[in-house]
Ligand binder design. Structure first.
Ligand code: 5AD
Ligand code: SF4
Length: 428
């Protein structure tokens, strides 16, 4: 989502006559897009700003965008006085105006209001990848997970009209993009604000029908709003990729309740059953937080058991990180840092073993890949399967970028915990 926000910001600047340079040293304006989901990401922002400081004397203008900007607001001017612009993502619709203020010499420009019912749409998005394009369908979040800063940094949920999403999808297809990734903090809460009133499943169906689009992905889904109609839509059209990312956060219903996730383990498992019983084989991935306040060894064990039960294809795991404004800050029973670290390692070790097995099961199968690049040193092309696995492969074509952007059948010959290796085949 942040990558795509940066693409939109760059596009907007370029439409105003700016051009992009390779390094901050050669730039006249440096905008730093930031994430505050965990403390580590936030700390990085301030150390990076310190590094930029040396450049400040040379007449450069600095801005901080994104969630750290939204969260820290004008305090950033105190902590990093060389910064002239502080703006959260809900204010990017005013970006043009803010740039004008900067150009006219204003050295304290802010965009910190969350009070908007608009999404940041711009026809000028600067996309670097020529084959895969992101489309934001919904911004903000109306949930209130006890650990999460997002509702405070990205504001309330607002969906784009189906017409504006569809016209962007059609335009991208005409430009030659073949893969679309629909984005939102909570894509499946999507609700078309126009009279058509499409829900997320309907939007998926329609985007998948756009001529020229070969793959559609979406992220991220909240289990509470993950309805069966989504699985039905995916089953109907193979353009909708063989992958569901369904963040569970914990395998313990008690922890889920204190996280305010709005589902129990059983309710989550029901959704997994829908996916497992579907017509196609879907890859399932998730996010897990370990060491949430009050997570006992038994609760953690419940998460490990869930991994055995679901057999995820991949997961992102995090140590709980206390965030400003969130409900979890006031909760007792904090877990010591070393204990969190240990739980994280145990979890990752278990998942690694599961992935080794699951990937090994694919040896001998033929998968269609979108070719994304070339590893010249390894003599391999880099491909991605519909299930979102990296599948590097050999092919008689060995030069330059000849295959990049093509869809090819590849037979899997070797597997590891995080990727597959194979060889191109002519017949599926
Ligand atoms: N601490 C640790 N992990 C977090 N996430 C969100 N907030 C926190 C936090 N305070 C994780 C969740 C979410 C992913 C994007 O980041 O697992 O799904
Ligand atoms: Fe954060 Fe929960 Fe919203 Fe996801 S659903 S962005 S975890 S508050």
């Amino acid at each position: 989502m942040n990558v795509h926000d940066s693409e939109k910001v760059i596009g907007t600047l370029m439409a105003q006559g700016y051009s992009q340079v390779e390094t901050p040293e050669t730039a006249g304006l440096v905008l730093y897009n930031t994430c505050s989901i965990r403390d580590k990401a936030e700390q990085k922002v301030f150390s990076r700003l310190q590094n930029f400081k040396r450049e400040a004397g040379k007449g450069k203008i600095f801005g901080v965008l994104g969630c750290v900007a939204q969260q820290e607001g004008e305090k950033i001017f105190d902590r990093a006085p060389h910064v002239s612009l502080v703006a959260g993502s809900a204010s990017y619709t005013r970006l043009g105006e803010m740039l004008v203020q900067l150009e006219s010499g204003n050295r304290r420009v802010t965009g910190l209001s969350l009070d908007t019912d608009e999404t940041f749409d711009t026809p000028f998005t600067r996309r670097d990848n020529p084959h895969r394009a992101y489309i934001t369908i919904i911004e903000g979040c109306d949930k209130s997970c006890a650990y999460c800063v997002v509702p405070f940094t990205r504001g309330p949920e607002r969906s784009r009209t189906s017409e504006s999403v569809m016209s962007e999808a059609r335009r991208l297809a005409e430009q030659g993009f073949t893969e679309i990734q629909l984005l939102g903090q909570n894509v499946n809460s999507y609700r078309d604000p126009s009279p058509a009133r499409w829900d997320f499943a309907m939007l998926l169906r329609r985007v998948a029908d756009v001529p020229g689009i070969r793959r559609v992905r979406y992220t991220t889904s909240h289990p509470r709003d993950f309805v069966r109609a989504i699985v039905d839509a995916m089953d109907e059209n193979e353009v909708l990729c063989d992958h569901v990312h369904l963040p569970v956060q914990s395998g313990s219903s008690k922890v889920l309740a204190s996280m305010d996730r709005l589902y129990t383990r059983d309710e989550y498992m029901r959704r997994i059953e829908w996916i497992r019983n579907a017509r196609r084989r879907y890859s399932i991935t998730t996010d897990i937080i370990v060491g949430f306040p009050g997570e006992t060894p038994e609760d953690f064990q419940a998460t490990l058991d869930l991994l055995d039960e679901v057999q995820y294809d991949s997961l992102f795991s995090f140590k709980y990180s206390p965030r400003p404004n969130t409900a979890a800050l006031a909760m007792g029973d904090k877990i010591a840092e070393e204990e969190k670290q240990q739980r994280l390692l145990i979890l990752q070790e278990k998942q690694r073993a599961i992935q080794i097995r699951r990937n090994a099961d694919l040896i001998g199968s033929v998968q269609e890949v979108l070719v994304e690049g070339r590893h010249q040193a390894l003599g391999q092309w880099i491909g991605r399967t519909s299930s979102n696995r990296t599948l590097n492969f050999t092919h008689s074509e060995t030069g330059g970028g000849a295959l990049i952007g093509k869809y090819l059948p590849v037979r899997v010959t070797r597997s590891g915990p995080n990727s597959l290796v194979g060889e191109s085949v002519t017949v599926v």
